[in-house]
Design a protein around this ligand. Sequence first.
Ligand SMILES: Cc1ncc(COP(=O)(O)O)c(C=O)c1O
Length: 278
Amino acid sequence: MITSETLSALDREDSLGSFREQFELPEGVIYLDGNSLGPLPRRTLTRLIDVTREEWGQSLLWDLAHSAGAMPVDLNGAHADFAVGCGYKYLNGGPGAPAFLFVAARHQDAAHQPLSGWMGHAAPFDFEQCYRPAEGITRHLAGTPAILALVALEEGVDRYLEADAEDLRRKPILMTECFAALVAQECGDHGPTLASPADAGNRGSQVCFRHEEGYAIIQALIARGVVGDFRTPDILRFGLAPLYLRYQDLWSAVTHLRHVMDKREWDNPDFRIKAAVT
Ligand SMILES: Cc1ncc(COP(=O)(O)O)c(C=O)c1O
């Protein structure tokens, strides 16, 4: 008879047993699927970062435009070198809100800031002949900051910090699920196809669709008071901000989208004029 002890004895004698330590294993999950969904070796992330550096340059710059405020990102845990992001999306800083920069501590004293200004100077009132950057992250400052825009951003970030972190992740997942399902349900006949990952766990707060008339559709929607984005060549991009959007707003937005498509409202020369910002 095989007992639990028999198996423990086999584990003790298993000459492959020590390899287990080299894998990133989640608590409480036993993978019996031949590893198609299973854990990766612990070294994988570091290797991927190394290979990316070899192929595309020494440092990788992360674009957090659609991550900051939308999903947790552990930059130090992922050994990120540099990251940038904007304050006017899920951080709710309003139009023209200041952007932000992340520089890993190991790069801070060597990284060069091409837009030098007095706030990034080591001693701005010494009036030295040459520019001497401050130590650490301070050197990445430039001129006088836009105080009113920073105040607006601070309000936006404070609202974000007041909210529960789990809710902030759960609601975008549910909202993007609902929105994708509603677009398929109400507008599926008109051919938009999901361009974002099908698994909501792999999306932030954004969901995109493809349609060959994407630009004109977005313009027609904006004329109806539903503001989305277009990205070439054919992407309709919707960012669902969890702090002020209601689920009912998704219904209204999709109803407008259905009208735009049913009535071919996009087929209007005014909606084909390309603007600088799409
Ligand atoms: C992925 C991504 N990166 C960068 C930006 C632009 O950022 P900024 O307006 O701060 O230049 C956007 C704006 O939509 C974006 O979606």
